[in-house]
Design a protein around this ligand. Sequence first.
Ligand SMILES: NC(=O)c1ccc[n+]([C@@H]2O[C@H](COP(=O)([O-])OP(=O)(O)OC[C@H]3O[C@@H](n4cnc5c(N)ncnc54)[C@H](O)[C@@H]3O)[C@@H](O)[C@H]2O)c1
Length: 243
Amino acid sequence: MEGLSLGGRTALVTGGAGGIGRAVCADLAALGARVVVADLNEDAARRTAADLPDAVAEPVDLADPASIDDLAARTGHADILVHNAGVSVVEAFAESDPASWDLMWKVNLRAPMQLTRLLLPGMRGWGRLIFISSDGARAGSGGEGAYAATKAGLFGLAKTLAREAARQGVTSNVVCPGPTDTPMVRAVAGEHPGLLDKLARQIPLRRIGRPDDVAGIVAFLCTDRAGYITGQTVSVSGGITMH
Ligand SMILES: NC(=O)c1ccc[n+]([C@@H]2O[C@H](COP(=O)([O-])OP(=O)(O)OC[C@H]3O[C@@H](n4cnc5c(N)ncnc54)[C@H](O)[C@@H]3O)[C@@H](O)[C@H]2O)c1
């Protein structure tokens, strides 16, 4: 099948050392992209990059605008931006702490805005913006009100960018994982024994998602074969949500 190579492209993946991010980095690298693994966890980013053929690790704190400026300056140019880093503080909204709203707003929504603002002007003639949101934002999710609000903000941003950047050859799409087996979900499941099994029984495909499930569609959306797909939101959730 033609048009699947990402040879010659540079891809910056935020949260690239995490569960889904690492799988995304691996698939983009397998298609030939040079990958920038940007993560708060510098050691994990280095380990991720070391396993890939042409990758570099870049430390960044996406909650800190100055750190994002530095990352963009060091990177210089990216053809592909995968806004994957995310944080979730699970708490009933009525008891939620505004300090956690601020963290989620900064990492989940403000950082993708800032990084896109810095790197989009350099995408001339070809570019890919991918925003990792969440089915929790499409369908609502108990204990994740502020998280869902920040993740829902990505829908409006991505669709607007799809309209504004189309003429410069840039597509902009959102991928929404459902429950996916990563450290983020394990942390929540650790406090609620049996949660993952219960969830799996509710999913039509009868299992929790794997990072690879999400990475496959992200990588495809970055290829030339997906060049006519923009402004879309795709759920990867085993059918638990259907939109
Ligand atoms: N796992 C799921 O079930 C699930 C479901 C829906 C959406 N998502 C979304 O998918 C994305 C990836 O999640 P995951 O499950 O792989 O999580 P994860 O916790 O395994 O990975 C997240 C990565 O982001 C990095 N990160 C966190 N804060 C950062 C910061 N301030 N600056 C830079 N990097 C930072 C972490 O170091 C980590 O490597 C997130 O946006 C998450 O909201 C996950």
